[in-house]
Design a protein around this ligand. Sequence first.
Ligand SMILES: [Zn+2]
Length: 279
Amino acid sequence: MTRHAFTVDVEDWYQGIPISDRASTRNAQRLEGCCHRLLDTMAEFDVRGTFFILGPVAQTYPNLIQRIADEGHELGCHGWSHDLVYEMTPDRFRAETQRACDAIAHATGQRVTAYRAAYFSITRHSLWALDILAELGFQCDSSIFPVRNWRYGIPDFELAPRMVQTPAGSICEIPMSVRQVGSMRLPVTGGAYFRLFPYFFSRANMRAVGKRGRAVVFYLHPWELDPDHPRIAFYWKARLTHYANLKATEPRLRRLLTDFSFGTLGEIAARIRKVDEGR
Ligand SMILES: [Zn+2]
């Protein structure tokens, strides 16, 4: 059975939506409860995955991050501000990424080597970010979504993971999973796609990708297991997916963990690197 990658973007419910900082500080913090529930479920199914930590989360919840590390999950970096990478300058991106890594290292004593950008925002306009990640010592990145989306995507990016050469050395790019059907590219699973598509459809797409010998990169946010988090107003396109079908996440997650086998992104990166070195 193909072993897929289970990934989690660790941020509170308001950190990945377009609202001002002032508004976010007024809203209740709820990350701990739902993240502990997710960790409990993963422990129940004996699954280890990769947790991309937002820098301020490491600073605010060192004990939570320590639990993630103690339970054998891989720690990765999800940046500091949760702003779009393609709207940053390279210098700002470098400084923010370093700051987030330092916060994670401070909480756990670990240097992280896996990265995921906020909103999958490494696109054609921000491919320079891979050079900076390699320069900062990252081994793998999972920020490129090979689809067309209003906020992210490189629609013609290669679907399979591969080593990317940069002036600072190589980095393994593990794109988000897509099923190619004719000329169409379907996002396979994770996040809102996992809540909006019926479970049998997600399962069929995952199996189709697995049959091609590719591991699926599944992703989830802890707040997706918290259907009762506050309802607030923000940009309609982002709101359309944020609150959709949240009650479905937990039961579907349990089915998913029964139907498929999962590991970390680092395991996939190590495999790709080995093949590349053997060439
Ligand atoms: Zn995020």
